[in-house]
Write a protein that binds this ligand. Structure first.
Ligand code: SF4
Length: 56
């Protein structure tokens, strides 16, 4: 299974690398910004349309 951990947008927490933030760049006609939401490292990413494979 592909998980958030393998995604470029996943940033693990220092105190608990099993949890982290999904940080994505959002663009709308007037501005561009980052949006973060809490996720787990082993959350299923196979149905996520924003998944991007992390380069090793
Ligand atoms: S929720 Fe989607 S975009 Fe965010 S870290 Fe997981 S797979 Fe990546």
């Amino acid at each position: 299974m592909t998980t958030c951990q393998e995604c470029k947008n996943f940033f693990p927490l220092e105190e608990d690398p099993n949890r982290g933030d999904c940080v994505q760049r959002v663009k709308d006609p007037r501005q561009e910004y980052y949006q973060a939401k809490p996720v787990n490292a082993d959350d299923d990413a196979s149905s996520c349309s924003s998944f991007q494979k992390k380069q090793q």
